[in-house]
Write a new protein. Structure first.
Length: 318
């Protein structure tokens, strides 16, 4: 992508603390923080404010390796997407994705849970573009979402977004998401092959056992996902981790923390990303995080950061 935009990739990659060899190794896992630094530097040196969007546009099912092969051999589009979601941490630690269906509409979203990430808007762009490519590979090249949601302020050039997605793009949203009819989950995939699928799934299961994320990453992942769905509690998170609430409390106590602290860290990260990258009113952010009123959110944010939301937005706006 850097070469395509007329830049020399080697100094940019090295300045981000990475080695060019990592980007040619299909099995390499790049830390999300380093990946963000790379995207920020790439956008700066090319003068392209939507570098993440263009990067995501280049993602294809073959680039997803074994998971991509499984998706192409799955029976339906829904089966394929659920396979990707179930094993997304094999490709990305620090961001996650989920699929929800309600009243005939599917929302396929992506959220960043790694703390301190400074390019959540670029990751959202890349995820939405990559997801569109994935669905076009499964449903046909002319597939388009009903609408696209992005957690970023309105860009100077909206046209490139509309052209890429072929659908209305809603900026200043809480999460990145593709919206489309539920009926499309039942569409058959032309290359479905049950026998080959079983073989590929067995290989993936073995790889998954070797790539299990650590407890802290898994916990942040679950807390981030549940917070945005409005039902994050110690009992629920413990159940998702297949342990009793008291076991979770002991595990966290051994690491010098508590569930309430971890949940507040998750709330702060969500709030920080939305304040940094969007123009969403603070009252709306407060509601999304489950606060009964904006003043309660303001007090909590000041406790987390030392600043009010308005002061933070003025000092950290990107």
């Amino acid at each position: 992508m850097l070469r395509h935009l007329g830049a020399d990739p080697d100094p940019v990659i090295r300045a981000a603390g990475l080695d060019l060899a990592m980007l040619t190794d299909p099995n390499a896992i790049i830390p999300l923080g380093a990946f963000c630094e790379l995207i920020i530097r790439s956008g700066a040196c090319t003068g392209c404010p939507h570098f993440g969007l263009l990067l995501g546009q280049r993602v294809s099912l073959p680039s997803l390796g074994l998971i991509g092969s499984i998706m192409l051999r799955s029976e339906t589009v829904g089966d394929a997407l659920r396979s990707l979601i179930r094993h997304v941490e094999m490709h990305c630690i620090g961001a996650t994705t989920a699929l929800t269906a309600k009243e005939g509409t599917v929302i396929w979203n992506c959220v960043v849970y790694e703390p301190g990430i400074d390019c959540a808007d670029q990751i959202a762009d890349a995820a939405a573009a990559a997801g569109t490519n994935v669905l076009r590979a499964l449903c046909g090249a002319d597939w388009c979402p009903t609408e696209v949601l992005l957690p970023r302020s309105v860009p100077a050039d909206e046209v490139i977004y509309r052209q890429l997605f072929g659908a209305p793009v809603r900026f200043n949203r809480e999460v990145a998401a593709l919206v489309f009819p539920t009926s499309q989950l039942d569409l058959p995939i032309p290359g479905a092959d049950p026998l080959l699928l079983q073989t590929l799934q067995e290989r993936l299961a073995e790889q998954s056992r070797r790539a299990t994320p650590d407890f802290a990453s898994r916990l942040r992942h679950l807390v981030r996902t549940e917070l945005m769905q409005g039902h994050c509690s110690a009992e629920r998170i413990a159940g998702l981790l297949c342990m009793h609430r008291r076991t979770l409390a002991r595990r966290l106590n051994a690491e010098g923390t508590t569930f309430s602290v971890v949940a507040d860290q998750g709330r702060f990260e969500i709030a920080r990303q939305l304040i940094d990258h969007t123009d969403i009113p603070f009252s709306q952010i407060a509601a999304a995080l489950g606060f009964s009123e904006a003043s309660a959110f303001t007090r909590a944010f000041r406790r987390w950061s030392g600043d009010s939301p308005s002061a933070w937005r003025a000092g950290h706006r990107r």
